[in-house]
Write a protein that binds this ligand. Structure first.
Ligand code: SF4
Ligand code: SF4
Length: 181
């Protein structure tokens, strides 16, 4: 066992006054330097100032549509089954389309539980769900706003981005991406 001796404090260290002033000088030095040399500031004023996204980051789920505008999703539950975070919830209903048995009546993704693994996209046999790059996530103070519903997931170009019934409280990280089919 090695005994490490406690260093003895000198008298000016014992009264702490000079050490407090020394600490304040360090803080003020950083403050003044950051005012005049802002390139060294690493803080982003998010969400007003969106952080640059990594080009390969896929963060925006969306459901794709057929040519007639109906969702491609056939409510097969593959994505819900494969999701490791159990954050997809689908309720199926009978489809009026004679060629497709089912369609989603309810399709929700709890985006706060999502780990953005992309398994849902990989598992989909219909190319009905995709994750887009270059798009940020929703910002809200309300938990329920992070449950992305069918309408939101099907939203495309020109449709309403702010989906919440309490959207007046929201700030949105950036405008919706242009979804090209
Ligand atoms: S990206 Fe992964 S965690 Fe998120 S919904 Fe898809 S399967 Fe689930
Ligand atoms: S999104 Fe794809 S995998 Fe998920 S239920 Fe619809 S068709 Fe099936």
């Amino acid at each position: 066992m090695i005994k490490v001796p406690t260093p003895k404090m000198r008298w000016w260290e014992k009264i702490y006054l000079f050490e407090i002033v020394r600490g304040l000088c360090v803080t003020m030095g950083h403050l003044i330097r950051n005012i005049f040399v802002q390139k060294n500031i690493y803080t982003h004023q998010w969400p007003e100032e969106p952080k640059p996204l990594f080009p390969r980051l896929k963060a925006r789920h969306r459901l794709t549509r057929r040519d007639d505008g109906t969702p491609k999703c056939t409510a097969c539950y593959c994505c819900q089954t494969v999701c490791p975070a159990y954050c997809i919830h689908i309720v199926a209903e009978e489809s009026p389309d004679g060629f497709v048995e089912k369609r989603p009546k309810q399709f929700e993704i709890d985006i706060l539980r999502c780990v953005f693994c992309g398994y849902c996209v990989e598992a989909c046999p219909e190319d009905a769900i995709r994750m887009d790059t270059g798009d940020a996530v929703i910002v809200s103070n309300h938990r329920e706003d992070f449950i992305l519903d069918l309408k939101f997931l099907l939203n495309g170009k020109g449709t309403e981005w702010r989906r919440s019934r309490r959207f007046e409280d929201h700030t949105i990280a950036r405008p919706p991406a242009t979804f090209g089919e």
